[in-house]
Design a protein around this ligand. Structure first.
Ligand code: BG6
Length: 462
């Protein structure tokens, strides 16, 4: 048997904006707004209005999650739903009732709730008024929202995370134009990265001050381990900077309470360092995470840049490295992401050796596949053997990492039920449970049945 540690989390993750639908939501987040002004930017022009109807269907959905063997679920509380007055941080009672019902329903059926506070879903008014995460005012408003969440739900929710993949906000909104407002501004990107880190540390400070019984707080980072194209000093240098920018910029403040000095030196030399203060440095120092969530989808392979990094032009972090398309790599062509399960072992060992072996879990992993109806059998079940293989391979490498002493306590799949994805909408499906978006009928896939056995046995017969 490949056995996992006792009380291992077998579960999956989703987010409020991708599952609930906009029903009765007072504020638009940046994606709701983007869809309002430009529906053609979204695959098949499908927006977040209905999503997977979790708002109305949560009882049935949670029951299905239980049926695929999950013992834990991460979702998020939407800032744009919970808060009524965004400046005064008053709450919308309908939203409070909704999240109370969801949390109670989860506890009733034995699904441990993990609640995240920000999954790219900034209320758009705060972008329009203050420039969103560019502004420390927005950091303060977020901290007020977080505090409300702890007060309202902290008696029952024992696991909290401050952000999901803050780097995606930096890249999508400020560098590579894949999320609204699609800016290209390296200097702003640096400040946004800092402010997101600061927001996390300040929310943790509030959390700690409340002294909630047995509760823990962490953050969820997309760790894309960096692999250099070769051993050459130029490729190694490219990999060093890519790792600093993509991973260490979030990992180090979260775990050690300060930014990597090599990164600060590089940003200072380039004249783009963030605005900081001694007071904020002290906040980072005192407010580190209890556990780490790691979203892992694909590695980051890099090589020395074709163009010299000191070329003339606006500052961008990727002037120091180019993407390396490794010949012969395995790819999920529907999403365009390399499949490299071994990276989960490398992540496990990296956390063990370089990050104090902090408790961590795989907070997302998964494979988005298009047109899964082609694999539907006569009983209406999708036979997604490729997903079973994918999960098994990743779990195998994770298991090796755990055997080598890494302190990993769970594995969450993205996602329990096929859900709405940012610009790709419902193009690629990731769930253990399929969703017919026209009827909202949800059906367990073959991978869901397989996962149930693995969860029940806490592993599988090797
Ligand atoms: C993660 C996000 O980046 O990957 C999810 O936390 C997202 O929100 C998931 O949906 C899959 O990526 P995508 O772009 O295919 O939906």
């Amino acid at each position: 048997m490949k056995k996992f540690p006792e009380n291992f989390w077998w579960g999956a993750a989703t987010s409020g904006p991708q599952s609930e639908g906009r029903f009765h939501k007072k504020h638009a987040n940046v994606f709701d707004y983007h869809y309002e002004i430009d529906p053609s930017a979204f695959y098949d022009q499908v927006g977040p209005d209905t999503a997977s109807n979790f708002y109305n269907d949560y009882k049935n959905d949670l029951q299905l999650m239980k049926e695929v063997g999950m013992n834990s679920l991460r979702t998020s509380i939407q800032w744009s739903r919970l808060i009524d007055d965004l400046e005064k941080n008053t709450v919308d009672q309908n939203a409070v009732d909704f999240y109370n019902h969801v949390i109670d329903a989860m506890l009733e059926i034995g699904l441990t709730p993990v609640m995240n506070l920000h999954h790219f879903d900034l209320p758009v008014e705060l972008y329009q008024k203050y420039g969103g995460w560019e502004s420390k005012k927005v950091v303060e408003l977020y901290v007020g929202f977080a505090e409300k969440c702890f007060e309202l739900f902290g008696d029952r929710v024992k696991y909290w995370t401050t952000h999901n993949e803050p780097m995606v906000v930096v890249e999508g909104q400020y560098l590579f134009q894949f999320h609204y407002p699609n800016l290209v501004d390296g200097k702003k990107a640096v400040q946004v990265a800092y402010n997101l880190n600061l927001a996390s540390a300040k929310a943790i400070a509030k959390f700690k001050a409340m002294d909630l019984k047995d509760a823990q707080i962490g953050t969820v980072l997309n760790l894309t381990p960096t692999y250099a194209a070769s051993e050459s000093p130029e490729d190694q240098e490219a990999a060093r900077i890519a790792e600093l920018w993509n991973n260490k910029m979030f990992l180090e403040p979260a775990i050690f309470g300060h930014f990597p000095s090599e990164l600060e030196e590089l940003l200072t030399r380039d004249g783009v360092l963030w605005e900081t203060s001694d007071e904020e440095k002290a906040i980072f120092k005192q407010n580190t995470i209890d556990f780490l969530g790691v979203n892992y989808y694909h590695p980051n392979r890099v090589k020395a840049p074709d163009v010299a990094p000191d070329s003339v032009g606006a500052w961008m972090p990727d002037r120091y490295y180019d993407a390396y398309d490794m010949p012969g790599r395995r790819v999920n062509l529907d999403r365009g992401w390399e499949i490299y399960p071994q990276a989960l072992y490398d992540i496990a060992i990296n956390i063990k050796e370089n990050y104090g072996n902090i408790p961590w879990y795989v907070s997302e992993n998964g494979m988005g596949v298009s047109n899964e109806e082609r694999f539907m059998n006569a009983d209406g079940m999708i036979e997604d053997d490729y997903r079973i293989e994918f999960v098994k391979e990743h779990l195998t490498w994770l298991h090796k990492g755990i055997e080598a002493g890494s302190n990993c306590f769970g594995y969450h799949m993205w996602t329990p039920i096929d859900c709405w994805s940012w610009l790709n909408a419902y193009k690629n499906r990731y769930g253990f449970i399929s969703n017919n978006i026209h009827t909202q009928i949800k059906t367990i896939k073959k991978s869901g049945r397989w996962f149930k056995q693995v969860a029940e046995q806490n592993g599988w017969e090797a």
